[in-house]
Write a protein that binds this ligand. Sequence first.
Ligand SMILES: [Zn+2]
Length: 241
Amino acid sequence: MSKLHHVLFVGMGGLGCPAARALVLAMGSELALTILDDDVVDETNLHRQVLFEDGDVGRAKADTAAARLSALGDVEVHARRERFEPSTARARLDGVDLVVEGADNFATKFLVADACALARVPVVHAGAVGWNGWALATDPRALPHAPCLRCVFEDVPGGDVPTCADVGVLGAVVGVLGALQAKLARALLRGDDAWLGRVLHYRALEGRLRSANVRARAGCPLDHPHDLDLRPERYAPSCAF
Ligand SMILES: [Zn+2]
């Protein structure tokens, strides 16, 4: 039997649920998963958090998702009721082969990108708001520097960025993006780097999925992340995504 791929899911919400489900169904016994989420199941999110049911409301998402994923197939799943934090980021990435990032805020997305650059762990990011979403596969081990989250978005935005808390997010949109994350994760775990350097944009109203080539940004701090400092103030919660 081939080596288990250890995949860390940061966030088990609208993106994490469909992504984890699809990845387990595709790769089950090849995986060891860790689910990180400090939240509880909320009734208003059930339509897009497809691993949860009415009876789960109020239960910890991490534990509940772990139980559902274990029932899907022969897969090892660990649950941690916690957020991905600057102080514990490096320890949580120890032994991890890939991260699927489905956080609902930019601060956590950038923390995942930075910590994974330091630990040289590939990440599949995604985000969604309203009718639109995007996904990006990154690999800090690639030479030359493969486009990363900081190549595309630069830094935690300030000001009036629309948030999913403001305008909502459609269940169908995160469902599609989660499935795409599983596909990208599977490709990276199989050693297929054809998806690096491409941002996938999904526009539900137009029914359109587009792949746009992006370039590594000159001077991107994650090209040489050695002296990157995961200071908590760099990741002050700002706009949700
Ligand atoms: Zn970069």
